[in-house]
Design a protein around this ligand. Structure first.
Ligand SMILES: [Zn+2]
Length: 470
């Protein structure tokens, strides 16, 4: 009898006690903006198809042992925007579309999981492939009634006192919401002790990695976002560069660990434009950041929690649009994003007043494979030729607007044809109410093994890391 009791206590001590005492010291929270389950699935299917296999080639995070899914509706709508979606993921409360880190009346500020981590002595990093003041990153450090208050959002970096910010740049560093010119945010950041660094070389050369840092893209690059992965040259500034700098910097003097939020912001943009080839490359780009995070986890497996999810799905992406045989392999003929294809078509029209139908066809064949590797049927050929006639000859109807792009009509049409031939269907140019996938590994990851609401995710992280979210 005595012996059995001893074994019982030994069992409790070995198995149960550590489960309650362990807490996540290092927290990684990865958010693919617009990355529904089908965006992930398409990427994995496409990777297998280009190897001529009817299967999937998994991303690093889809192999995590704990998987769930989350509902994403906001307080005001069935379909969320990134303001309310980001707020739910950051603070664990629902709000109205368009609001950042506040209640739906825009009067009560909410505390995010990043502030809870900071309170517990952890270092905090917030990074993205779009601008640092964009809705998703903003929800972790700012509190504003409207996501378009970019200056006011950016200014809250100073009060946050977080340790590392990274992204393309700031959208309105000198313009308040009332459009008045106001003092630039950058000298304010410096005065608050932040080092504003531009490009990966600037970070590499910076002598004191434990400084409070704002890492942005080089001068002369777009403020709105990093380049789409499909358009990047090897030396371009990437989400993985920012991720590796953030992990490196946050590890300095981090006795109590750190919290790092990483957003893949342009999956959403590619999906708003219904551009599947660009979407796949954005998901792979996000996966490269996840690989760096997973490398860190392998070195600290008992103290790290990684959660990967999305704020919502974008586009109502469908894989399979009629035939049982998938043709997503065709998407690899596309070599540039909708943005760059639009630029190329626009340049042809602008620079060559006599650009012929044949000139346009050869441009499309280089960038999309249409008329070259991919045969164009009569209906599509006529649609493209009509668009050429309207836009190049009559100079009408030249552009097609989506949320983040004003694409050339011919570029948008070509991509739509390629997507349809590549077995892809899109329900809309906007967000959908699809469940967001949730993948987790590490300390507390088993909490994510179920169906949940998006507001549960930061609450579960708070439990795993013993943070106070109230
Ligand atoms: Zn969006």
């Amino acid at each position: 009898m005595k012996k059995r009791f001893l074994f019982f206590f030994l069992f409790i001590f070995i198995h149960v006690f550590p489960a309650f005492s362990q807490e996540a010291k290092y927290i990684f929270y990865l958010i693919g903006d617009g990355m529904g389950l089908n965006q992930v699935n398409l990427t994995e299917i496409h990777r297998a198809e280009i190897e001529n296999r009817n299967s999937t080639v998994p991303l690093v995070f889809t192999q995590f042992p704990h998987v769930g899914f989350a509902s994403t509706n906001s307080l005001s709508n069935g379909v969320t925007d990134s303001g309310a979606g980001g707020t739910a993921l950051a603070v664990g409360k629902k709000t109205k579309n368009g609001v950042i880190g506040m209640d739906s009346t825009g009067t009560i500020p909410y505390k995010s999981i990043a502030y809870a981590a900071k309170e517990k002595g952890k270092k905090v990093g917030i990074i993205t492939s779009v601008s640092i003041d964009h809705a998703t990153p903003a929800a972790f450090y700012a509190h504003q009634p409207n996501r378009n208050m970019y200056y006011e959002i950016g200014k809250e970096i100073i009060q946050s006192n977080f340790d590392f910010f990274g992204g393309s740049n700031f959208l309105k560093p000198e313009t308040a919401v009332d459009k008045k010119t106001v003092p630039s945010l950058f000298p304010m950041f410096e005065k608050a002790g932040y080092k504003v660094l531009k490009g990966k070389e600037a970070y590499a050369k910076h002598p004191n990695k434990s400084d409070k840092i704002i890492l942005m893209n080089n001068d002369g690059t777009a403020k709105e976002a990093l380049k789409y992965a499909i358009d990047q040259e090897p030396n371009d500034f990437k989400l993985a560069d920012i991720t590796s700098a953030a992990i490196n910097s946050l590890q300095q003097n981090s006795t109590d660990g750190f919290f790092l939020m990483i957003e893949g912001g342009k999956i959403d943009w590619a999906c708003h434009a219904n551009d599947a080839a660009t979407t796949i490359q954005e998901v792979l780009d996000f996966n490269s950041a996840a690989e760096l995070v997973y490398d860190f986890y392998k070195k600290h497996p008992d103290e790290t929690l990684i959660v990967v999810t999305a704020d919502h799905e974008t586009g109502g992406l469908g894989i399979g649009n009629g035939s049982s045989t998938l043709q997503t392999k065709l998407l690899s003929h596309q070599k540039v994003s909708h943005t760059e294809l639009s630029r190329a078509v626009g340049n042809l029209r602008k620079n060559n007043a006599k650009a012929s139908w044949e000139d346009l066809k050869s441009l499309l064949s280089v960038h999309t494979g249409l008329f070259a590797g991919i045969e164009v049927n009569e209906t599509d050929n006529k649609a493209l030729h009509d668009a050429y006639q309207k836009s190049f000859v009559d100079h009408q109807n030249e552009t097609a607007k989506s949320l983040y792009a004003n694409d050339d009509k011919i570029a948008a049409l070509s991509i739509a044809i390629l997507n349809r031939m590549g077995s892809i269907a899109w329900a809309s140019n906007n967000h959908s109410a699809a469940y967001a996938p949730v993948y987790a590994i590490g300390t507390g990851a088993e909490l994510f093994n179920q169906k949940m609401d998006n507001t549960d995710i930061p609450k579960k992280i708070a439990i795993a890391a013993k943070l106070n979210l109230d």
